[in-house]
Write a protein that binds this ligand. Structure first.
Ligand SMILES: Cc1cc2nc3c(=O)[nH]c(=O)nc-3n(C[C@H](O)[C@H](O)[C@H](O)COP(=O)(O)OP(=O)(O)OC[C@H]3O[C@@H](n4cnc5c(N)ncnc54)[C@H](O)[C@@H]3O)c2cc1C
Length: 415
């Protein structure tokens, strides 16, 4: 793989840009791999990347039924933060956030990480108390957050109305190194690095079945035939229940559509990310000038990756008191992604009842921020066969044994 650099851009400028290589090879399946990862979203690609980088395992195929990054990874609102409440969550989300700090250099691919600062608004006394508790927990966990006053909120977000009649701003949970990254670039950067290590990214190939012998996984049936493997990682977000079913076990996960929308591009007006969880809406401004707005989940289970009109109305009605200027904005487009929700709103990174088969899912409405940390933890689990410290608490049997990692409030989305 040729390195991207200022020198490479200058060289290609002189050659009419005819010398750029494809970022990754479009591979056809081999008969057998040491490891197969199902799902070329951010989590699947990151798992493969850290298998190669941290453990030298490169005889790996990543099998994707659509195009890489075409699932939730390419559909989210790109918010990155690590201000969770419980210790295991803070550890994995902070690991991910810290890996994001140097991910562009690590992958030699600009993922446009922008630690512009993130505010979670306290708009009720209940929320204010909850966020103070989170700040105290974060101090003990070594995660840098603070609770700030309404006046400081106004300084950071001049377009905000802090005196709303229903939901005045009482303060905010502020993470100065939270922010955003370009979601496609995260998938593309990992894909390019995996391909450069010799891994095969096999797109437009659906996994239809999982084969096993004597309780151990032997491979997968796909739309391109059988592909054998020593170990299998299932990393398919909203389709986890279906693929787990193929492997013969059930998951405590349900699939719902989560929606988002963007406005027409406008001049720069907000250089932080703001989440207003009481009214449910969150907003940041993209580099193109669009206001990127996150909405809620559908109230019923479904696999449609579409938006729906009532969500635009609900989300904007909620946000307009806090940001009166958006009442005049035209919305450009809306969409949905199928998120995988667990009962405690925390992920599953786990061995499964089928030997050699591992699962990474349950990131729900908040897994983009976790991609590097999740991949790191999943690679360790798959390489060693046992979870390391990051994944230890996130096994799937916690639901049977009542060891919940309750993040239903910190998840930041009304569920
Ligand atoms: C509207 C919206 C907004 C969001 N906002 C944020 C946010 O601001 N911050 C944040 O941290 N998170 C956010 N999220 C959540 C985040 O996007 C997801 O948690 C994360 O992207 C999940 O990544 P993944 O790699 O697990 O899944 P995906 O990117 O969905 O990848 C899974 C892949 O598996 C493939 N697949 C499925 N079944 C099969 C099969 N049988 N065979 C082969 N391939 C298969 C799919 O095609 C897909 O490409 C948001 C999600 C949505 C939908």
């Amino acid at each position: 793989m040729r390195r991207y650099s200022a020198f490479a851009i200058a060289r290609e400028a002189l050659r009419n840009h005819l010398g750029w290589e494809k970022a990754w090879r479009d591979a056809q399946p081999k008969k057998h791999y040491d490891v197969i990862i199902v799902g070329a979203g951010g989590h699947g690609l990151a798992s493969a990347y850290y298998l190669g980088k941290n453990f030298g395992i490169t005889n790996v195929a990543i099998i994707e039924k659509g195009w890489l990054g075409g699932g939730n990874t390419g559909r989210n609102t790109t918010i990155i933060r690590s201000n969770y409440l419980q210790d295991p969550s803070a550890a994995i989300y902070e690991k991910a956030r810290s890996l994001y700090e140097t991910l562009s250099q690590d992958l030699n691919y600009n993922v446009m990480f922008s630690p512009r600062g993130l505010l979670m608004l306290a708009q009720t006394h209940h929320e204010a108390r909850g966020y103070l508790r989170t700040v105290h927990a974060n101090m003990l966990q070594g995660v840098a957050t603070e609770y700030i006053t309404p006046e400081r909120v106004k300084e950071l977000v001049p377009i905000i109305n802090i005196d709303g009649p229903r939901y005045p701003i009482l303060g905010a949970l502020y993470q100065a190194r939270g922010g955003t990254a370009r979601h496609d670039a995260v998938a593309w950067g990992y894909a390019r690095a995996c391909s450069a290590m010799g891994m095969d990214i096999i797109q437009q190939t659906e996994v239809k079945g999982v084969r096993s012998e004597a309780g151990r996984v032997t491979g997968v049936d796909t739309t391109k035939g059988f592909i054998g493997c020593g170990k299998l990682g299932i990393v398919v977000a909203g389709h986890s229940g279906q693929v787990a079913d193929m492997a013969g076990f059930r998951l405590p996960v349900e699939a719902v559509a989560l929606q988002a929308l963007v406005s027409e591009p406008i001049k720069p007006c907000m250089d932080v990310v703001v989440m207003a969880n009481t009214v449910h809406g969150y907003m940041s401004q993209s580099d193109k000038g669009e206001m990127v707005i996150g909405g809620g989940t559908d109230g019923f289970n479904n696999f449609t990756q579409r938006g729906s009109f009532h969500h635009i109305e609900e989300t904007l009605r909620a946000l307009v008191e806090t940001f009166p200027m958006i009442s005049r904005l035209k919305m450009l487009r809306q969409w949905g992604g199928i998120v995988d929700m667990t009962g405690d709103r925390s992920p599953i990174i786990s061995k499964t009842p089928l030997a050699g088969c591992f699962i990474n899912c349950g990131w729900g409405t908040g897994g983009f921020k976790a991609i590097p940390g999740s991949g790191w933890a999943m690679a360790e689990l798959m390489a060693k066969g046992e979870p390391g410290p990051l994944a230890a608490e996130f096994d799937m049997w916690r639901f049977k044994e009542g060891r919940f990692i309750d993040e239903s409030v910190a998840a930041g989305v009304a569920h």
